[in-house]
Unconditional design. Structure first.
Length: 286
């Protein structure tokens, strides 16, 4: 039963350092698995979560991230994780432990807020990015969805059918998201008071990939001007390299290419080494 539903507008001023994901049509426990929880990860009651966090402060020893889980109303569930979880272990892409993007077969809405930069908001459906907003502005394939959501709040589009970004605030965007998707049952008091149950949301094994070096070139031409591309840097940890065009680099003349994978294996996740087996396998909610 949902209590203390307060829409989403408060997220902009009341929740930092978080990765909050909503999913439509699946329980929070399944969403947690899609975000990295082992399939047999139990639901831990709020008191157990608090005891684990007291016993293992991050500056002393590391344990798997715990996602707080709950019901957001109207058929939506949610998982609240630390913001660092968004970038760890490929949780948000095809390389996630679940094997697909968390939005596989459903709709998801997510907000990543580090507390240092504006939040990154994204709406996904079956792995496809419909629309998003960040400090870089709007992105995504269906900006009309955002315009429809904002129009319901009395924000009218301009002659090009777009709502000017400089007229928006994050509070307004959160409100539009909540209204458009019916996310108005988020239990604010339980989130702020840490009284939600939780689940360990990290896989017990992590992928480790080896990649070949970046090719020496020449590289394909710049897509904007047709000029030559130059190697900028190589990121073997994620299996990619970046090319840039000296003429167009100030206008976004960059291109990311994939490195050839030479080996794929898994290694134990060291964060599980200090977890009490009773916490990870047998203690259940209630």
């Amino acid at each position: 039963m949902i209590e203390n539903g307060d829409g989403l507008a408060w997220l902009d001023r009341g929740l930092y350092g978080c990765y909050l994901t909503f999913a439509e049509g699946i329980p929070a426990e399944e969403l947690a698995v899609r975000l990295g929880a082992p399939p047999d990860s139990p639901v831990l009651d709020a008191e157990t979560v608090a005891a684990i966090e007291r016993a293992a402060p991050p500056w002393e020893r590391s344990v798997p991230d715990i996602g707080r889980i709950g019901d957001a109303g109207n058929g939506w569930s949610f998982v609240l994780l630390p913001c660092t979880a968004y970038w760890e272990h490929g949780r948000t892409g095809p390389g996630s432990p679940y094997g697909h993007h968390p939005s596989h077969g459903i709709r998801t809405v997510s907000a990543v807020h580090t507390g240092m930069d504006p939040a990154q908001l994204d709406v996904m459906h079956d792995g496809q990015h419909l629309w998003g907003y960040s400090d870089s502005g709007f992105n995504g394939s269906r900006p009309d969805l955002l315009n429809t959501a904002l129009a319901a709040l009395g924000r009218n589009a301009d002659e090009d059918g777009e709502v000017p970004p400089d007229t928006l605030s994050y509070e307004l965007l959160y409100t539009a998201l909540g209204n458009f998707f019916g996310l108005n049952g988020l239990p604010r008091a339980a989130i702020e008071n840490d009284t939600l149950p939780g689940m360990f949301c990290e896989p017990r094994e992590l992928p480790r990939h080896e990649y070949a070096d970046a090719p020496a070139g020449p590289y394909g031409p710049c897509e904007q001007c047709g000029g030559p591309m130059t190697l900028s840097h190589v990121a073997k940890e994620v299996g990619s390299y970046v090319l840039y065009c000296d003429r167009c680099k100030a206008l976004g003349g960059y291109r990311v290419e994939s490195l050839t994978r030479t080996e794929e294996r898994t290694v134990p996740n060291p964060k599980w080494a200090d977890v009490d087996p009773g916490q990870s396998r047998t203690r259940q909610k209630g």
